[in-house]
Design a protein around this ligand. Structure first.
Ligand code: S6P
Ligand code: ZN
Length: 188
């Protein structure tokens, strides 16, 4: 027998905050400017400070995007706030490889996970510290911060899932989350 070296993995996730450190960790930031057409009240969005950060995503992508069988790991941080009465949220997407599923889990804060299948059937799940969410194949997903603190949500998804933002940008999500209200949006 011979000694085998024990390695320290290159990336750590702080379980209390979801912050990823080490490398390589990438960061994507979405500001009010980037979210044109996402909120119901586009006037309210266009009139406020465009540089305000609505959410950011830290991710560890140890294999190239598109790698079959690979997995990515990340945390999304959605700031507290609203555009008009509508809570801050992510753009929302189907996966480009539509059959790719994903896990989310709540780390910090309070929010909702909006899920919409190809028939536009909706499901809304409460996100809280420790909640585990399976996002099935062919299902669009969007995070909404309904609380007063940052919402941090962990995620693990296939490296070849990709993002399809177009269907949501064109047809909407079928549900709007206002402070204290979850409303079905008809006929878009
Ligand atoms: C990727 C995964 C998340 C989102 C992130 C931002 O499949 O679902 O990392 O990319 O929550 O949301 P969006 O809709 O702007 O990509
Ligand atoms: Zn996804």
């Amino acid at each position: 027998m011979s000694n085998l070296r024990v390695l320290v993995p290159p990336v750590s996730s702080d379980l209390a905050t979801g912050v990823l450190t080490g490398g390589p960790v990438s960061e994507d930031v979405r500001t009010i400017r980037d979210l044109k057409g996402v909120f119901f009240d586009e006037n309210a969005r266009s009139e406020r400070s465009q540089d305000e950060v609505v959410y950011r995503v830290l991710s560890y992508q140890p294999v190239p995007q598109g790698t079959s069988g690979g997995l990515f790991f990340g945390t999304t941080f959605v700031s507290p706030g609203s555009v008009g009465e509508e809570c801050f949220m992510t753009k929302g997407h189907f996966h480009a490889k539509a059959e790719a599923s994903e896990y989310y889990w709540g780390v910090l804060g309070e929010g909702l996970l909006l899920l919409m299948d190809r028939d536009r059937s909706l499901k809304v799940e409460k996100v809280a510290r420790g909640s585990v969410h399976f996002i099935p194949a062919f299902t669009a997903h969007r995070l909404v911060n309904t609380g007063a603190e940052t919402l941090a949500v962990g995620a693990c998804w296939p490296a070849d899932a990709g993002h399809d933002y177009e269907a949501i940008a064109r047809d909407g999500f079928g549900v709007r989350v206002l402070k204290g209200q979850v409303l079905r949006e008809e006929g878009r």
